[in-house]
Design a protein around this ligand. Structure first.
Ligand SMILES: CC(C)(COP(=O)(O)OP(=O)(O)OC[C@H]1O[C@@H](n2cnc3c(N)ncnc32)[C@H](O)[C@@H]1OP(=O)(O)O)[C@@H](O)C(=O)NCCC(=O)NCCS
Length: 193
C-alpha cells in the first residue's frame, strides 16, 4: 500500500486519545524548553479537551494536529487570540522522535498559508524564550522576524522575543481574498491545549 504523508488536521473529539498519548510521551521533552503543563492538565485532560473543542466550535481559536498514517500525533500547531481578519498568535510543539527533520518549519509554513486562506488573517505572531534556539530557528526559517521583547507573562516566566510574519497578498488569490471572513474582533482564552 502507498505510504501516506503526515496530514495537518483540525482538532476533533476523536483525536483525544492520540493527543493525550502525544502529551504524555513527550512531557519531559517539552518541559526542557517550555513550561510543563502540570499534573492538573493530565488529571483534567478530558474536561480541558472538551473546553478547547467548544472554543474552536465557537470560532475563537483554531487547533491543528499533524497526524501520521497510523493515527499518532506528530505535532500540534495552534492559532490563539484570533482577531478575525487581522492577526493571531501561533504556538506549536513537535514529538521528540521526529524532531530535527524540518517538521516544525514545514508545518508552520503550511499553517501560515491556512491562516491566510482559511482564516483570513494578515499577520501571525509567536513568542519564544531566549533559551529556545530550536524554536527561534523555526520562526526565522518560516519567515518570521523579531519585533520586540516578550515578557515572562507571555512565556511562563522566561524572557524572550515576539516574532511576526506578514502573511501577505502573495498567499491569497483574489478569489480567496474575496472569500476571507469579515472582521469581527474575537478574543481567545489563552489556554495552550
Ligand atoms: C521547537 C520545536 C517545535 C522544533 O521542532 P523541529 O521539527 O525539530 O524543528 P525543525 O527541524 O523544523 O527546525 C529546528 C531547527 O533547530 C535546530 N536545533 C534543534 N535543537 C537545537 C539546539 N538545542 N540548539 C541549536 N539548534 C537546535 C535544528 O538543527 C533545526 O535547525 P536547522 O534546520 O538549521 O538544522 C520542537 O523542538 C519542540 O516541540 N520543542 C518543544 C516545544 C517548543 O519549544 N515549542 C515552541 C514554543 S515557542
Amino acid at each position: 500500500m502507498a505510504h501516506m504523508p503526515p496530514e495537518l488536521q483540525r482538532l476533533r473529539a476523536d483525536h483525544a486519545p492520540a493527543v493525550l498519548a502525544f502529551e504524555l510521551a513527550n512531557r519531559a521533552y517539552f518541559a526542557a524548553s517550555i513550561s510543563d503543563r502540570g499534573d492538573d492538565y493530565f488529571d483534567q485532560f478530558t474536561e480541558r479537551y472538551d473546553a478547547l473543542l467548544a472554543e474552536q466550535e465557537a470560532g475563537i481559536c483554531a487547533f491543528y494536529l499533524l497526524v501520521a498514517e497510523d493515527g499518532s500525533v506528530l505535532g500540534r500547531f495552534n492559532l490563539f487570540d484570533i482577531v478575525e481578519g487581522q492577526t493571531a498568535d501561533l504556538g506549536y510543539r513537535v514529538a521528540q522522535h521526529v524532531a530535527g527533520h524540518g517538521v516544525a518549519t514545514a508545518t508552520v509554513e503550511e499553517l501560515c498559508r491556512l491562516a491566510a486562506t482559511q482564516h483570513g488573517l494578515r499577520t501571525l505572531r509567536a513568542a519564544t524564550s531566549h533559551q529556545n534556539i530550536a524554536s527561534q530557528k523555526v520562526l526565522a526559517k518560516a519567515g518570521f522576524t523579531p519585533v520586540g521583547p516578550a515578557l515572562p507573562t507571555d512565556l511562563g516566566g522566561k524572557q524572550g522575543t515576539w516574532y511576526q510574519r506578514d502573511l501577505g497578498a502573495a498567499v491569497l488569490t483574489p478569489a480567496e481574498q474575496e472569500a476571507a471572513p469579515q472582521a469581527t474582533d474575537i478574543a481567545c482564552a489563552r489556554t495552550d491545549p
